[in-house]
Design a protein around this ligand. Structure first.
Ligand code: NAD
Ligand code: WQD
Length: 337
């Protein structure tokens, strides 16, 4: 039996593959490589010392997906595949709705036909909209997303709830990620998006290796301890491990449930920048810039439900996140990976 990982060569997916393989799981990986590259497959194999099938397939291609379900004994799916750039989604909403929502529906249709009904979905803290932190899973979420990307996550959660009502045999875990940072401890897998990064750590990484001159910190007049935004940064290795716990849970249960994956602790942008400078002994020139549209001042979660139900507790600190991110970007820059 294997777990199908869609988007498995992406940032979070690749590190989750490593965790699953280390735990003795069999995996089948699907990715269309629109935001990742084939070399990641080899890097996962190097780290884990294990083999697995990889298919360069778009999840909207039902015929190819069906072939994969016929060829392999798939037991469950972790669905990472999707487009994730908030600002890009505002310019090309149809691409986001087609890829994220359309892709998820096609995948679910194929799973249903194959009688595979265990599903883990990558949702996002963005669905909490203007709720007041700490965000808990029982808070109402509605139409308050500020961009099409966030709306795709909200709609997919709703689609999955409707699917669960229609057929209670499905076992579905909605995982709402907070802000993943860091890289695999090997230094071989991490976050290096195409183009100029919009997320904080990829931008800091490029300043650290002199690929960008300086960081702009968006806003220093928020009602927070140092005026910069607060986020719940979670090490990507901890986040990846959370998927193992979720798979174990839905193997034993049916129905749908939702869990926050975060640390429950908020750090400011300046905390992260200063930590990166200290632990890596590297300069990160920065300036304060105007607030970025759509940013909330404070976002962090109540992490107790994941701790209670999934026995999930984060282990890593911002020091680890900053150290691992720097190791990864240095490896990339030197051409070692
Ligand atoms: P990523 O872009 O690194 O990985 C996504 C992968 O999916 C990429 O390898 C891409 O090539 C692939 N992909 C995209 N569309 C596809 C399609 N139609 N068919 C097949 N493959 C496709 O992103 P990530 O940071 O690893 O995020 C993984 C998931 O987690 C996404 O769904 C994202 O929305 C969600 N998420 C990410 C964050 C974050 O901050 N990184 C936070 C919350 C939720
Ligand atoms: C973090 C903080 C910025 C870049 C986004 C998505 C969310 C989820 C995670 C997918 C903010 C500040 C950033 C920079 C800065 N993704 N910043 N200078 O916005 O919390 O969340 O990624 O689901 O849906 O919205 O993350 O990394 O972009 O920003 O000052 O160059 O860093 O203003 O306060 P965000 P981020």
């Amino acid at each position: 039996m294997s777990v199908l990982i869609t988007g498995g060569t992406g940032y979070i997916g690749s590190i989750t593959c490593v965790k699953l393989l280390a735990a003795g799981e069999n995996i089948v990986v699907v990715d269309n490589l629109c935001n990742s590259e084939y070399s990641v497959v080899d890097r996962i194999k190097t780290i884990s010392g294990k083999e697995f099938p990889f298919y360069k397939v778009d999840v909207r291609d039902k015929a190819e997906l069906k072939r994969i379900f016929i060829k392999h004994d798939i037991e469950a799916c972790i669905h990472f595949a999707g487009l994730k750039a908030v600002s890009e989604s505002i310019g090309v909403p149809l691409e986001y709705y087609d890829n994220n929502i359309g892709g998820t529906i096609k995948l679910l249709e194929v799973m249903k036909e194959a009688y595979v009904k265990k599903f883990v979905f990558s949702s996002s803290a963005t669905v909490y909209g203007s709720n007041k932190p700490p965000f808990s899973e029982d808070m109402p979420i509605g139409m308050e997303t500020t961009n099409p990307y966030g709306t795709t996550k909200l709609f997919i959660e709703k689609i999955l709830r409707d699917l669960s009502i229609s057929d209670p045999e499905w076992g579905i875990a909605l995982l709402r990620y907070f802000n993943p940072l860091g890289a695999d401890e090997s230094g071989l897998l991490g976050d290096d998006p195409n183009g100029i990064p919009t997320n904080l750590m990829p931008y800091i990484q490029r300043v650290a290796v002199n690929k960008l001159p300086q960081l702009s910190i968006f806003g220093n007049d928020y009602p927070t301890k140092d005026g910069t935004c607060i986020r719940d940064y979670i090490h990507v290795s901890d986040l990846a491990r959370g998927h193992l716990n979720a798979i174990e849970r839905i193997r034993r249960t049916s129905g749908i449930d939702v869990w926050n994956l975060g640390t429950g602790i908020g750090y400011s942008v300046l905390d992260i920048v200063n930590t990166f400078i200290e632990v890596n002994n590297v300069d990160i020139p920065y300036v304060f810039a105007p607030r970025r549209d759509g940013d909330v001042a404070v976002s962090y979660c109540n992490s107790s439900k994941a701790e209670r139900d999934l026995h999930f507790k984060t282990e890593k600190t911002p020091d680890d996140m900053c150290r691992d991110s720097f190791r990864f970007i240095k490896n990339l820059k030197s051409g070692d990976i």
